[in-house]
Design a protein around this ligand. Structure first.
Ligand SMILES: C[S@@+](CC[C@H](N)C(=O)[O-])C[C@H]1O[C@@H](n2cnc3c(N)ncnc32)[C@H](O)[C@@H]1O
Length: 308
């Protein structure tokens, strides 16, 4: 089978799935370990028998709507590689902005490791925010990533703030197995992995809390794409009646776990900004609470800055 035949085979098998062309090209790139320009420039190059068998196996999985990242077992996030399986949510590109926001509040962008694009975006974020934090390496900082899943947020922060102490917590033991592997893969030593409900496992008050908790309203679950609905863990998605049940509980308990002058950064759903600000103001009436949008112009983040 040649590159051209492989793509044709996959387009045909995947025509009932979302974005068949992108998926076929993505899977073939991973199999032959070449970039797309090479594959398209050399359509007659043959796959080895082993590559052909593996490609057909992967296409079959994709034809059953398994997301491509679960098939390859990896996702790229903030310039790092993360292992993923069906015990964890696939980290989304918009969640990278959440990491950028935390970094822009805490450090000098010149010192941020990761991709040049990430550094550029953080530099821009710092300029937009009109401020520059003072804690360049995270020295003395304690951070918690609540509902860490694959560990994408917390491990990216730990990598960029090597002197900070970062707690990664999740209620799911299986998700934490993946987070542990990712901490090892990315050689971060400044993380501590803890299992339990929301903020309960934290042994101390922390300076910064980041969370991307499940926020899909229960009645919207059935309208999610088949890829998400049938393959990503429900516990990582469903947030109850209006989607904000876990965040209500989280902010209700937050005063016991956040230091004076601390900051919290959370990801939310596309129409939840106004409601979330009310939930936060109920608990922290004097805090500065801002609600921000993502690249698509949808409500996506709430940032809470407590007074001293
Ligand atoms: C939307 S996923 C986010 C995963 C990861 N932080 C990310 O951004 O890719 C939500 C995560 O919260 C976890 N979770 C759900 N309920 C929880 C609870 N009560 N306490 C702690 N974690 C919870 C899920 O297991 C899941 O890993």
């Amino acid at each position: 089978m040649t590159n051209k035949e492989a793509l044709k085979y996959a387009y045909d098998k995947l025509k009932e799935t979302d974005e068949p062309k992108e998926a076929a090209r993505f899977l073939l790139k991973q199999i032959v370990k070449k970039d797309l320009s090479f594959i398209l420039a050399y359509p007659e190059t043959k796959l080895s028998l082993g590559e052909e068998r593996k490609f057909k196996r992967w296409v079959k999985k994709r034809s059953k709507h398994l997301p491509v990242w679960y098939i390859t077992g990896y996702e790229h996030f903030c310039g790092l590689d993360f292992k993923v399986n069906q015990d964890v949510l696939i980290p989304r590109p918009e969640t990278e902005i959440l990491v950028e926001k935390v970094l822009s509040h805490t450090c000098h962008p010149e010192l941020v490791s990761g991709s040049p694009q990430l550094q550029d975006r953080i530099l821009k974020q710092v300029q937009d925010d009109g401020k520059r934090g003072s804690v360049a390496s995270g020295k003395g900082l304690t951070i918690a990533d609540i509902g860490t899943g694959s560990g994408a947020i917390g491990i990216s922060l730990a990598k960029n703030l090597p002197k900070a102490k970062v707690y990664l917590t999740d209620v799911s033991k299986d998700a934490l197995k993946v987070a542990r592997k990712n901490a090892k893969l990315n050689k971060v030593k400044n993380v501590k992995i803890l299992q339990g409900n929301l903020l309960e496992p934290l042994p101390q008050k922390v300076d910064l809390i980041v969370a991307n908790l499940p926020y899909v309203p229960s009645e919207d679950m059935s309208s999610l794409s088949l890829d998400i609905l049938h393959h990503e863990p429900r516990i990582a998605l469903e947030g109850g009646g209006d989607g904000l049940d876990l965040y209500r509980e989280f902010f209700g308990k937050a005063p016991e776990k956040i230091k004076k002058g601390g900051k919290m950064f959370v990801e939310i759903g596309e129409r939840q900004g106004e409601k979330m600000v009310k939930i936060v103001k109920n608990v922290f009436p004097d805090a500065k609470v801002t609600w921000e949008k993502d690249w698509a112009g949808l409500d996506r983040f709430v940032i809470v800055e407590l007074g001293e």
